[in-house]
Design a protein around this ligand. Structure first.
Ligand code: UDP
Length: 240
């Protein structure tokens, strides 16, 4: 077995990554497949924390566009991430992983509150920690939660899962036939060129703290393991 290149990673899964072929919600087969990949990486001895999005269920922006108070919509979005976190926890436990969900919003009956030191202790014990409810603040996204939590727990990289694309392109390859694939770029370059890595708040946080990001295609089931083993997969965003 190849020695892993990372000791501790943070995986960001958008809500969309859980949808599979469904138009809405989470697909149990898809979540099951993700759980298997995550378990395999954990079995290598890599400590893994996950931030899940909620866009497959609800987005605050959508509520605001329909006339709802933005903050209220965002809290609904955060609750959507909790639903996804519980579904993912269930799937991970089915494949034999030990997990904990920590929520940025207190919901003590269903998840632990977010306590940084406790999260790190879980990771040290080989438990997979799922961070739910984003940052706990409206007007933010789960991308920012991923950057924030990765920095807090001293993850060595963020694995940004994408669907249907290999990584970062100069433009959306599904819309622009001239879009070219970018193997490596600096945070600054990605911000200046407005590339689809993560939102700008999250990307700035990674840039300011020199945190690398591996953007990869989640549709290829070997990818997480390959990145963890140090293979060149997808796009790497790092300080220049
Ligand atoms: N959200 C929020 N604060 C956070 C994280 C998420 O208000 O720190 C809300 C926001 O409304 C967002 C929704 O939760 O639209 C779902 O998260 P996100 O859009 O990041 O999910 P993804 O696109 O990754 O599926």
């Amino acid at each position: 077995m190849t020695d892993p290149a990372f000791r501790r990673i943070l995986l960001k899964l958008s809500g969309e990554a859980l949808m599979g072929g469904l138009p809405y919600g989470a697909d149990p087969d898809r979540i099951g497949a993700i759980a298997k990949q995550v378990k395999a990486v954990s079995d290598r001895g890599v400590e893994i924390a996950i931030v899940v999005g909620g866009g497959n269920i609800y987005r605050g922006m959508k509520g605001a566009a329909d006339g709802m108070d933005r903050a209220t919509g965002d809290y609904m979005g955060m609750l959507a991430t909790v639903l996804n976190a519980l579904a993912l926890q269930d799937a991970l436990e089915k494949v034999g992983a030990v997990t904990r969900v920590q929520s940025a919003i207190t919901i003590s009956e269903v998840a632990e509150p977010y306590i940084r030191r406790r999260a790190m202790r879980h990771l040290e014990k080989g438990r997979i920690v799922i961070f739910a409810a984003g940052t706990g603040n409206p007007f933010f996204t789960t991308d920012t939660a991923a950057a924030l939590r990765a920095l807090e727990i001293h993850a060595e990289t963020i694995l940004m899962a994408k669907n249907g694309v290999e990584g970062v392109y100069s433009a959306d390859p599904r819309e622009d036939p001239d879009a070219h694939f970018i193997e490596e770029i600096t945070h600054q370059g990605a911000i200046e060129q407005r590339l689809q890595v993560m939102d700008s708040t999250a990307l700035s946080l990674c840039m300011d703290n020199g945190l690398p990001i591996n953007v990869f295609n989640m549709d290829d089931e070997r990818n997480i393991d390959r990145i963890v083993c140090g293979e060149r997969v997808g796009t790497v965003v790092r300080s220049g």
